[in-house]
Design a protein around this ligand. Structure first.
Ligand code: AMP
Length: 284
């Protein structure tokens, strides 16, 4: 039988409930999100279930600290009612909807900075972004004290940074990274896809097409010079009318740039599709 879905907005109440459940022997999973849930988020809930979690806590919080001053914090899509219904249907057992005021009390002044993996890629283009992500995730870990936490491969760099933070700060949490869920067109599902016009949505298909190109090159030739492949990818993205923010090939563990595409390399890209910034990646 499905359990009733509990909702919390007060961090202390959630913390108390989680502690009691842990004490009673429940295995607790955390799925951190910014809401406006889609199939990608729901796949993380499914992954938590598969890992044997008894309680699956989904946090829905548009975290102001991870947005830059000129980013989309204000207009980020929100729909608590729909999120609640989706969490219920997907088998979550608790949803946490905190407010910025109860997550960041007056005079809040403590932040977590990962200094290596967060430096490049999105970290270089979005100063302070991963500081905000690490801080909120560390807070969620302290509130929920989960046995495991599930993140999406969609945010490849984020998953790497969180894994490093967990290792470096001795968090007692197993990190599970779940594959990218795509629309039938290949476009990676994202809450920000809602910003796209029909025309932009069509053009955005080039992101996943470009990544498949890299994969096909490696499948055909084993290892491929990145310079040549990158040029093809950039051409494809630009032909679709997208503006490249970055296209990089990195070691999938260290995120250090590589010169040759081969197994164990990840290709990551960020592009502007009109006013919307989209990211995607593939691990070879
Ligand atoms: P967000 O709400 O965009 O902050 O995402 C919350 C979590 O869902 C992160 O761990 C994301 O990586 C993950 N996620 C978002 N989109 C997808 C997707 N298309 N496939 C898999 N995971 C995703």
């Amino acid at each position: 039988m499905k359990k009733a879905l509990k909702t919390f907005s007060d961090p202390q109440k959630l913390q108390k409930w989680c502690a009691a459940r842990r004490e009673a022997g429940a295995r607790i999973a955390l799925v951190p999100t910014m809401g406006y849930l889609h199939e990608g988020h729901l796949s993380l809930i499914a992954a938590a279930r598969k890992k044997g979690a008894d309680e699956i806590v989904v946090s829905v919080f548009v975290n102001p600290v991870q947005f830059g001053p000129n980013e989309d914090y204000e207009k980020y899509p929100r729909d608590e009612k729909a999120d609640l219904a989706k969490c219920r249907a997907a088998g979550a057992t608790a949803v946490f909807f905190p407010t910025p005021a109860n997550m960041y009390l007056d005079g809040y002044s403590t932040y977590i900075t990962e200094e290596t993996l967060a430096a490049g890629l999105c970290g270089a283009r979005r100063p302070g972004h991963f500081r905000g992500v690490c801080t909120v995730v560390a807070k969620l870990f302290n509130i929920v004290h989960p046995h495991l936490a599930v993140f999406g491969q969609k945010d490849f760099q984020q998953a790497a940074v969180i894994k490093r933070m967990v290792r470096d700060l001795n968090f007692d949490v197993q990190i599970v990274v779940s594959p990218i869920v795509r629309e039938p067109s290949g476009l990676a599902r994202s809450s920000r896809n809602t910003y796209l016009s029909d025309d932009e949505r069509t053009r955005a298909v080039a992101l996943s097409q470009a990544l498949r190109l890299a994969k096909a090159d490696v499948a055909a030739e084993g290892s491929v010079p990145w310079r040549a492949c990158r040029a093809k990818i950039v051409k494809m993205l630009e032909k679709a009318g997208l503006t490249v923010d970055y296209v990089e090939a990195v070691d999938s563990e260290t995120l250090a740039p590589v010169k040759t595409l081969a197994k164990g390399v990840a290709v990551l890209l960020a592009v502007w599709c009109g006013k919307t910034r989209l990211i995607d990646n593939i691990e070879l």
